[in-house]
Design a protein around this ligand. Structure first.
Ligand code: NAP
Length: 281
């Protein structure tokens, strides 16, 4: 019985999370010699992405708080003959952000890709957040404000390079808002809205904007939630391939195939879904 159940789970997992393949030659063709900024490069999806960019021969500018991890990645890139810089900083801190912006303006007169990937998720019901306004400040500052501040700073460089902004969003923002995620979903939805507006406003200047509505990816962020550990999901390397493929193509966003089908239906049944949410609270 257990074997049958695990087989069904495995088949379901493969259907929901089909392999994301990307050949190294293709990545090299697109990224070799290009300048790329990655936020959240130290762990999870951002780290896997950075490793693929190094293998593809890109010049990298990395941002996150963990200095040693960024240093190691930059050393690896430099050993392979590419240019690499890092800025270890907390993107929620406005003074630090200002210093980073000044440095980016000087360091990068031209930019090809800006992967805005650093993020934080919080799962907490609103009634449990009565004395925790900082939950909302922190998620907004990192998931939304950092995107806007860095994009505005990098706009001239992106314009010069006819570059692309790629934002790591979440598939869950495509559905009626689930309980417990008010801080995370509000900040990610704000970023989605900014990207959608930017896409229509700034594409005239040659800059393209993309949003990846990522499904579950097994990283430190998602695996904090015990229930998610046993669910099917992508690896950080798969998610990195999704981001890389997205910015090699013309389309605005990535959505898993099942989200394209089910999210509009979920909105049709939103009153029923909200009723269920109330029951599970
Ligand atoms: N994992 C998923 O299932 C999933 C699904 C949908 C969307 N996403 C999105 O994908 C992105 C990456 O998530 P992940 O799963 O790879 O998470 P992760 O493993 O926790 O990595 C988050 C990255 O962001 C950096 N970061 C966190 N707080 C920061 C801060 N205050 N200042 C600067 N950098 C900071 C972290 O580096 P330091 O700790 O060194 O600062 C780390 O490099 C996020 O935007 C997330 O919302 C993830």
């Amino acid at each position: 019985m257990t074997t049958i159940r695990s087989k069904i789970t495995a088949i379901g997992g493969t259907l929901a999370y089909p392999p994301i393949r990307l050949r190294t030659e293709v990545t090299r063709k697109h990224f070799c010699g290009k300048w790329v900024v990655v936020t959240g490069a130290s762990h999870g999806i951002g780290r896997a992405l950075t490793e693929k960019l190094i293998a593809a021969g890109a010049n990298i500018f990395l941002v996150a708080r963990s200095k040693e991890d960024l240093q190691l990645l930059c050393t690896k890139a430099k050993q392979q003959g590419y240019q690499a810089e890092y800025h270890a900083t907390d993107l929620r801190n406005r003074e630090d952000m200002e210093l980073l912006c000044q440095r980016l303006k000087k360091a990068l007169p031209q930019l090809d890709y800006f992967f805005c990937n650093a993020g934080k998720s919080i799962h907490r019901n609103i009634t449990d957040a009565v004395n925790r306004l900082h939950d909302y400040d922190r998620t907004m500052d990192l998931n939304y404000r950092a995107l806007v501040a860095l994009s505005l700073t990098l706009l001239p460089a992106l314009k010069a390079g006819k570059g692309r902004i790629i934002y790591s969003s979440s598939v869950s923002t495509l559905y009626p808002m689930a309980p417990g995620w008010s801080a995370y979903h509000a900040s990610k939805s704000a970023a989605n809205a900014w990207c959608e507006t930017a896409s229509s406003e700034i594409e005239r200047s040659g800059i393209r904007v993309h949003v990846a509505y990522l499904p579950l990816v097994h990283t430190a962020m998602s695996d904090v939630n015990e229930q998610y550990c046993s669910l099917p999901g992508y690896s950080p390397a798969d998610a990195a391939n999704i981001l890389l493929r997205l910015c090699m193509r013309k389309g605005y966003c990535y959505k898993p195939w099942w989200a394209k089908l089910s999210a509009p239906i979920a909105y049709l049944f939103a009153p029923v879904i909200r009723l269920c949410y109330k029951k599970i609270r």
